[in-house]
Design a protein around this ligand. Structure first.
Ligand SMILES: *Cc1c(COP(=O)(O)O)cnc(C)c1O
Length: 387
């Protein structure tokens, strides 16, 4: 019996094989490998795709998040020690970035249906030191940005986005970010998302052949500062304005990403097709699915999660039928030793029953553009047979 892979990266590589090889060949011939014409082009093209003005490539998604926040401090939008609200059920990198920037993550329980920030809990999470909300579009589903931005505006908070799982998800005419290019800085600072951070880790909806990331924003000065921070804090060679790091997009990854971006909308459409089938055909009282959003384009199904109280049994049951699954994520950040073992508290949170329930019950089933209709049927049948 063939396996149903969790995600077939081979499908993507095979579909584009020749184009990827020629993209790679052109970089090889150019003998220019870091921050050059291809990364500049990809930054422009991807920012435009996101409906934003500026893109700054970074070495990976964690760095994109960290540098986005560090640049906001250098710009005077935030200061070290400020509190940033983050959903408690995110991938640990979101929380690591807040800490790395010298800010304090305040973890908030997610909504059980959407798995994204529960807007009704934001008020209670705020203290006089709260300055920003870092929304995560978990599993590819856009967080409720209109409500989050409205809350932030009323409270004078900034909004940032961890868009590492949501390439191509659309709120309206804009995609990951929600700002509008014509706003002045002061309006933007309180009303809209300031910037979004993307990861192009190989298995993301848009993935490189290694690590890569990007900060996308409408704020020219913020973009410039991110660019400097990722280049030793320097804009002009051997002149260092900031205590920066080395985190840049390389030409090979940019060339590959330019090719892959041409297919992203089609791949996301296929993910939506599969998700629609899963949502309507999985009928087992032991297995809960998350609904298709009212605007289907606001979800790109990076992951298709199901929730089951007997998750480990379900995983073994599917595995025995050749169906690969993963768990996103088995241990939430606040229960990780990195945070529980720290000598002084690195983050702030109250009880997080929903985040802990999701971590205990989540199972990610096969999803991706390479998944065939027969494979989807096999997954559905197996899930419906579980008793
Ligand atoms: C993948 C991911 C990141 C980190 O991206 P890397 O490129 O792996 O550093 C951050 N946040 C979320 C939600 C992610 O899924």
């Amino acid at each position: 019996m063939n396996k149903v892979p969790f995600y077939s990266l081979g499908y993507v590589t095979e579909t584009l094989g020749r184009d990827l090889l020629s993209a790679f060949g052109s970089v090889l011939e150019s003998n220019w490998f870091i921050r050059g014409p291809r990364s500049e082009r990809f930054e422009g093209v991807f920012a435009k795709y996101c409906g934003a003005q500026f893109g700054v490539g970074t070495g990976n998604g964690l760095d994109a998040l960290t540098l986005m926040l560090r640049a906001s401090i250098e710009q005077g939008y935030l200061k070290r020690g400020d509190e940033v609200i983050v959903p408690a059920n995110t991938f640990v990198a979101t929380v690591l970035a807040v800490c790395a920037a010298g800010l304090v993550p305040v973890l908030v329980d997610p909504d059980r249906e959407t798995c994204n920030l529960d807007v009704s809990l934001l008020e209670g999470a705020c203290s006089e030191r709260t300055r920003a909300i870092l929304a995560v579009h978990l599993y590819g589903r856009l967080a409720d940005m209109p409500a989050i931005c409205e809350f932030a505006k009323a409270k004078g908070l900034l909004v940032f986005e961890d868009a590492a799982q949501s390439h191509g998800a659309k709120l309206d005419e804009r995609r990951g970010s929600t700002g509008s290019p014509t706003e002045t800085r002061d309006e933007r600072k309180v009303a809209r998302s300031t910037a979004a951070a993307y990861s192009f880790y190989p298995t993301k909806n848009l993935g490189a052949l290694g690590d890569a990331g990007m900060v996308v924003t409408d704020d020219a000065e913020l973009a410039r500062t991110v660019r400097m921070l990722g280049n030793y804090g320097s804009e002009r060679k051997y002149v260092n304005k900031y205590v920066g790091v080395n985190s840049r997009l390389d030409e090979v990854q940019a060339a590959i990403l330019l090719e892959k971006l041409l297919h992203l909308d089609a791949w996301n459409a296929r993910r939506r097709e599969i998700a629609a089938r899963y949502c309507s055909e999985i009928r087992n009282p032991l297995v809960r699915v998350t609904p298709v959003p009212a605007n289907p384009l606001s979800h790109v199904w990076h992951v298709f999660p199901v929730f089951c109280e007997r998750r480990d049994e379900l995983q073994a049951f599917l595995s025995a039928r050749g169906i690969e699954t993963l768990v996103h994520y088995p241990v939430p950040p606040h229960l990780q030793e990195a945070f529980t073992g720290a000598s002084e508290p690195l983050l702030r949170h109250g009880a997080l029953p929903v985040a802990e329930e999701l971590a205990r019950t989540e199972l990610s089933i096969p999803m991706g553009p390479g998944l065939g209709d027969d494979d989807v049927s096999r997954v559905v049948e197996a899930l419906n047979e579980f008793v």
